[in-house]
Design a protein around this ligand. Sequence first.
Ligand code: A3D
Length: 305
Amino acid sequence: MPKVAVIGSGNVGATLAMRVLESGIADVVMLDIVEGVCRGKAMDLTDAAAVLKHGCAITPTVDYKEIAGSQVVVITAGFPRLPGMSREELVLKNSGIVKEAVRNIKAYAADSIIIVVTNPLDVMAHIAYHESGFARGRVLGMAGVLDTARFVALIAEELAVLPKDIEAYVIGSHGDTMIPVVSQTKVKGKPLTEVLSGDKIAAIVQRTKNRGAEIVGLLKSGSAYYAPSASAFHMVKAVINDTREVMCVSCPLEGEYGLRDICVGVPARIGRNGLEKVIEIPLAAAEEAGFKESAQAIRTTIGKI
Ligand code: A3D
């Protein structure tokens, strides 16, 4: 049975663990510094396995040695931004956690593919890539799958069609500067611009960018985790099952889209080796300019640390 390690047993980590187990594709090791909560959630998931009979096992731990032999390690450990905390403070706090995780992945699961979920996503993916020294295909950030799903969900709702009938990409940074690529979005094979007015499209683009904040506003405490865990699971499955599907991920660019030495969201083929290929899609002039701006915003944050 393949093995997936999930670092952090919070909302995203534990829900991801549940999705992996219930899909039957791998056993899970779930690690957290808060031992009791991690053990409690693992116990609950073990009891659920006795109902669902999927045959996959979960091991809770505080010891990184247990991640040995994992094909994929997903880093979800981290803090959200608390009231009064600056973005830079959050970056410093979470980069310490991500670096610690990556040092341990190098020590105990040196052949794994790393998927980063911790925010701010593209900066954390960049830090994980540099700290690991891994080949570029082996460090990925999860954001584009989620942002694309949000864009698709809103279009599907507006047009009363199924998400499977929509082809879309959201690229750039996971944040205010993300770019839903309207010029390449199709609904049942037709360009989005032919089936929705410019105003409606603009409203959907804006709502896609605000979706995370909209959910936080409703939840009052904590942030979204069903779609984030589903998105991370989609990437895990692509690696474990070598699906070679194209999805938007944050990965280090080596000249694609005219950029180097930066992790930013782009469409890519994901398989057994992690990143198999970055896919360069045509962009309208404004989208290309927005993408460069988005990459620059990531560089600026990296520069500050
Ligand atoms: P939460 O439910 O607070 O879980 C975080 C977990 O990390 C907690 O269980 C902590 O105990 C644990 N943790 C903290 N420090 C360490 C450490 N050093 N080693 C191991 N575990 C540790 O948060 P969450 O699950 O909702 O979100 C986790 C992270 O993912 C946050 O940084 C979120 O901002 C981020 N996130 C990103 C996306 C993207 O789309 C990129 C979506 C949702 C959440």
